[in-house]
Design a protein around this ligand. Structure first.
Ligand code: ADP
Ligand code: MG
Length: 238
């Protein structure tokens, strides 16, 4: 479960075409990275998949079901943002369980799921802390915990590590990749960082000005870039 298909997806903001005719298949269980320069439409494409923006044209299918007109909560995907967006007044436990509470799950079931997610993320000892009592990496793990407990078909990450320092970023890359494989969940991960894309992806989607330039494994893009844009972008880590 968790195959995501885009068919001719378009997004206009007023007269400005931000996403142009994107066709893409993200296989079940794959870790796919959207990469491209700032402003090329990575976040917009992710938000269209999440349902946080409406498409101007085209269709989005998840496991064969057309979700184009479904609200975010009905798509079975969980989004992790760069700003941790944790509730400052709630404990880690409260933050991780918040979505389940909103969905009306019974208290004991919420407790069980929150504790399982915390164990997976090595957060058990922090469950009663507030976000301000955590390090940046721990906060990011809480944000991931909040996504995990909903048992989504897919995770959508929008530059989740860009606020972290370099050393922590490397650790979290490894942790996110490990977690994604362990949960066998589809992931789409947005970054403008070529190194992140090359090290984390099963498949990279290179975006440029709202269009897909090339899709391939890190090795394919490195060895056989279709054009100069891809070659320049993949070959020149910042
Ligand atoms: P990226 O994530 O790759 O940096 P974005 O998807 O955020 O790019 O933005 C792509 C383009 O769409 C940019 O030119 C941006 O200014 C524009 N854009 C994004 N959101 C909106 C919006 N809500 N209204 C108008 N323009 C937008
Ligand atoms: Mg963005």
């Amino acid at each position: 479960m968790g195959k995501i298909v885009l068919q001719g997806v378009e997004k206009h903001f007023g007269d400005v075409k931000v996403i142009s005719n994107v066709d893409l298949t993200v296989e079940d269980g794959a870790f796919v990275v959207f990469v491209g320069p700032s402003g090329c439409g990575k976040s917009t494409l992710l938000r269209l998949i999440a349902g946080l923006e409406d498409v101007t044209g085209g269709r989005i299918l998840i496991d064969g079901t057309d979700v184009t007109d479904l609200p975010p909560m009905k798509r079975g995907l969980s989004m992790v943002f760069q700003s941790y967006a944790l509730y400052p007044h709630m404990s880690v436990r409260g933050n991780i369980g918040f979505g389940l509470k909103m969905a009306g799950l019974p208290k004991d079931e919420i407790a069980r799921k929150v504790e399982a997610a915390a164990a997976t993320l090595n957060l058990t000892q922090y469950l009663d802390r507030k976000p301000r009592q955590l390090s940046g990496g721990q906060r990011q793990r809480v944000a991931i915990g909040r996504a995990i407990v909903r048992e989504p078909k897919g995770f959508l990450f929008d530059e989740p590590l860009s606020n972290l320092d370099a050393a922590l970023r490397v650790n979290m890359r490894i942790e996110i990749a490990r977690l994604q494989k362990a949960l066998a969940t589809t992931a789409i991960y947005v970054t403008h960082d070529q190194v992140e894309a090359m090290t984390m992806a099963d498949k990279i989607v290179v975006l440029n000005a709202g269009r897909v330039e090339q899709v391939g494994s890190p090795l394919e893009l490195y060895d056989r870039p279709d054009n100069l844009f891809v070659a320049g972008f993949i070959g020149s880590p910042k």
